[in-house]
Design a protein around this ligand. Structure first.
Ligand code: AMP
Length: 215
C-alpha cells in the first residue's frame, strides 16, 4: 500500500501522471481540483464556497480544503495519490494531523519540475473531453478530429481557468504559496524530484523508478 503526494505547478503534468499511476498500482486518485470542479458543476455548497476562488486562480481557503480531505480519507483503506493537495504549508501540516489521527502516513512526495515557459505553453494548449475527461494538447497530443474526443467522440472544451490571465495568476500563486511545501517534504526525507519537462512516457518511467525505492 502506498500513500503519495504529487507536487508540481499547474501544467506540470501531475494530473495526467497521477491518474495513470493510480490506475497502474490500484491507488485511489484524489484530485482536489476535480472534486471542486464537480462540486461547482453540481451546485453543491462546497462548490458555491469555492467557485470564485477557482475562477480567479486563487486558492480555496485551507479550512475548506482540510475538511474536504478529511471526508475523502475517512474509511479509505487503500493507498492513494493526492493530486493538487496540499498546496500551502498549513494544508501540509493539517494533512499530517489528519493522517496521524487515522494512523496513516505519507510514503513519498513526487515533485514534477517544469520550466515556466513550458507550463504556460502546455496550459494554453490543453483541451478536455466533456464526457470522459480525457486530456488533449493541441500541440503535443491533438485530437484526430478537431474539437472531438478520440476515445468517446465527446466535445472538447478549455478549462475556464486555462486562459492567459488566470494561468499567470495560478503560476504566481504556486510559486508563492505551494513552492515552500517542497522544503517541508524534503526536511522529512520524502521529496523525490523528477524532470517533468520530458515526454509522458519518460516522466512516467522516472516516477515509477523513484517510487520503487520507497515501496
Ligand atoms: P487544479 O485542477 O489542481 O489546477 O485546481 C484548480 C483550482 O482549484 C485551483 O486553481 C484552486 O483554485 C483550486 N484548488 C485545487 N486544489 C486546491 C488546494 N489544495 N487548495 C486550495 N485550492 C485548491
Amino acid at each position: 500500500m502506498m500513500r503519495l503526494v504529487f507536487l508540481g505547478a499547474p501544467g506540470s503534468g501531475k494530473g495526467t501522471q497521477a491518474k495513470k499511476f493510480s490506475e497502474k498500482f490500484g491507488l485511489v486518485h484524489i484530485s482536489t481540483g476535480d472534486i471542486l470542479r464537480k462540486a461547482i458543476k453540481d451546485k453543491k455548497i462546497l462548490g458555491k464556497n469555492a467557485q470564485a476562488y477557482v475562477e480567479a486562480g486563487e486558492l480555496v481557503p485551507d479550512d475548506i480544503m482540510l475538511e474536504m480531505i478529511k471526508e475523502e480519507l475517512t474509511g479509505n483503506t487503500e493507498g492513494f495519490i493526492f493530486d493538487g493537495f496540499p498546496r500551502t504549508l498549513s494544508q501540509a501540516e493539517g494533512l499530517d494531523r489528519i493522517l496521524d489521527e487515522l494512523g496513516m502516513n505519507i510514503d513519498g512526495a513526487i515533485n514534477l519540475e517544469v520550466g515556466a515557459d513550458i507550463l504556460v505553453e502546455r496550459l494554453a494548449a490543453r483541451r478536455l473531453c466533456k464526457s470522459c475527461g480525457f486530456e488533449f494538447n493541441l500541440k503535443t497530443r491533438p485530437p484526430r478530429v478537431e474539437g472531438e474526443c478520440d476515445r468517446c467522440g465527446g466535445e472538447l472544451y478549455q478549462r475556464s481557468d486555462d486562459t492567459a490571465e488566470v494561468i499567470n495568476n495560478r503560476l504566481k500563486v504556486y510559486r508563492e504559496k505551494t513552492g515552500p511545501i517542497e522544503d517541508f517534504y524534503r526536511a522529512r526525507g520524502l521529496l523525490m524530484s523528477v524532470d517533468g519537462g520530458r515526454g509522458f512516457d519518460e516522466v512516467f518511467g522516472s516516477i515509477s523508478e523513484m517510487v520503487d525505492t520507497v515501496r
